[in-house]
Design a protein around this ligand. Structure first.
Ligand SMILES: Nc1nc2c(ncn2[C@@H]2O[C@H](COP(=O)(O)OP(=O)(O)OP(=O)(O)O)[C@@H](O)[C@H]2O)c(=O)[nH]1
Ligand SMILES: [Mg+2]
Length: 426
């Protein structure tokens, strides 16, 4: 792309103002960090931030979120700056969204969830991701859909109105939306069933899932460990699907490694719900690698978000390892010491610079051997019943028919293998 083209593209980008509210426990510092993240989201969605507005509030205004005077001032400022987009870091209620539409026809006033959904629409590539995103978007829109809104949507384009679902939304009323939602749900059940068949085949392997905040470097870890070319971008939600790769750690240890969609603070509830089938690989994993960006000052918040989403998915108590990625970015030792205190079992690595990857692989192997054990057993030809019972819930790695009986090498959880041994030694 030439500089000229790049300038033109830049020129086409919409301008946005961000709004954050200092309220309750949230300090000004926290709000600024949140707005920093919101700015990254806006950039990923293809718009430029030209201003930030914050207001300290003891009470949220049900009509405009911020005070009415402040809301009018905000619209005025946006008009002056030629801004077409105002984005609240907090979720706006359907009523608040409608009230803003009464204040301005030209400027779109949206919230963080709408923006995240918009990015998901842009980044969805596979049929599954597209279906899931559309479902989440329609469910989010349903209570917010009004005549006036659809009328406005028709005139506006760009961020926040991008039509994956938008086209349908313009044409149809709520009832039609509900029909579409029902259809998408059926479609997802079908996709889910297909995934089930695939995942049954994967059951015999040790499955490791990469999870983490968006942009933490999950796909880079995947690339470094598997050696495969995967999609890596310095933007939020580059990955929306699940990729699974068979990785041979050494002669005795092979794992199935999966990389999937990242998490974010206040991720819209509908999104997590509709991405359940994509996230199945996480739910079924034997080991979860929680990949964190060690250079982020919001690392504790990120960790909390990840734990919350894992809990929601029913994977809160899975075996896990904390991976502190991007340590090449840490400038002072103090920071590393702090991280070591905060995450005593964390494994510091740099996926991009290939630093300490061996240590990570060793830790994975340790977890594997803790969970899995291989043992060899010989069954006499009279022990047909015992032999059949022993094969339940384990993997038969080898089977040899010898003179005195059948020799089998079995692999399974430590508990299961010990159980077989003691039943045979009785
Ligand atoms: N400095 C540094 N940058 C890294 C490292 N690992 C990844 N990155 C960069 O971080 C950015 C995000 O990396 P990805 O691997 O796409 O992150 P992800 O977690 O898969 O992100 P999403 O799929 O968008 O959720 C890219 O620009 C990477 O080059 C690292 O160890 N050090
Ligand atoms: Mg990724």
């Amino acid at each position: 792309m030439s500089d000229q083209q790049r300038r033109e593209i830049k020129h086409d980008r919409e301008k946005a103002i961000l709004v954050g509210v200092i309220h309750g426990e949230n300090s000004e510092f926290t709000i600024n960090e949140h707005l920093e993240e919101l700015e990254l989201l806006v950039d990923t969605a293809g718009a430029d931030v030209v201003g930030r507005v914050t207001q300290k509030l003891s009470r949220i205004n049900p009509a405009y979120y911020i005070g009415k005077g402040k809301a009018e001032q905000l619209i005025h400022q946006a008009e002056e700056l030629n801004v077409s987009l105002i984005i609240f870091d907090n979720d706006l209620s359907p009523a608040q969204t409608k009230n803003y539409q009464k204040l301005t026809e030209e400027i779109k006033v949206i919230d963080r969830s709408t923006l995240i959904l918009d990015i998901f629409v842009r980044h969805a590539r596979t049929k599954e991701a597209k279906t899931q995103v559309e479902l989440a978007q329609l469910e989010y829109m349903l209570p917010r859909l009004t005549r006036m809104w659809t009328h406005l949507e028709r005139q506006m384009g760009g961020v926040g109105t991008r039509a994956g679902a938008g086209e349908t939304q313009i044409e149809v009323d709520r009832r039609m939306l509900r029909v579409r939602i029902a259809k998408l749900k059926i479609e997802l059940v079908r996709i889910d069933r297909e995934r089930d068949t695939q995942s049954r085949r994967r059951k015999d392997f040790f499955r490791v899932a990469l999870v983490g905040y968006t942009n933490a470097g999950k796909s880079t870890v995947m690339k470094t460990i598997s050696g495969d070319d995967v999609y890596i971008q310095d933007q939020l939600f580059a990955t929306l699907d699940t990729t699974v790769r068979m990785v041979k750690l050494d002669e005795d240890h092979s794992i199935l490694l999966s990389d999937t969609v990242g998490f974010i603070r206040k991720i819209p509830h509908h999104l997590v719900a509709s991405f359940r089938s994509t996230l199945k690989e996480v739910v079924e994993a034997d080991l979860i690698l929680i990949v964190m960006d060690a250079s982020s000052l919001q690392i504790e918040d990120h960790y909390k978000t990840i734990k919350d989403v894992l809990g929601d998915l029913g994977a809160g108590n899975h075996e896990s390892l904390v991976v502190l990625n991007k340590i090449d970015m840490l400038e002072e030792d103090g920071r590393l010491n702090y991280l070591k205190r905060e995450f005593p079992d964390g494994i510091p690595i740099s996926a991009r610079e290939h630093l300490r990857i061996d240590q990570l692989l060793e830790e994975i192997k340790t977890k594997m051997s803790a969970g899995y054990k291989t043992a060899s057993f010989t069954f006499s030809y009279q022990q047909g019943k015992e032999m059949a019972a022993a094969q339940e819930g384990v993997i038969v790695l080898d089977r040899q028919y010898e003179e005195d009986g059948v020799r089998m090498v079995l692999k399974g959880s430590e508990q299961r293998i010990n159980q077989i041994s003691s039943s045979l030694n009785k």
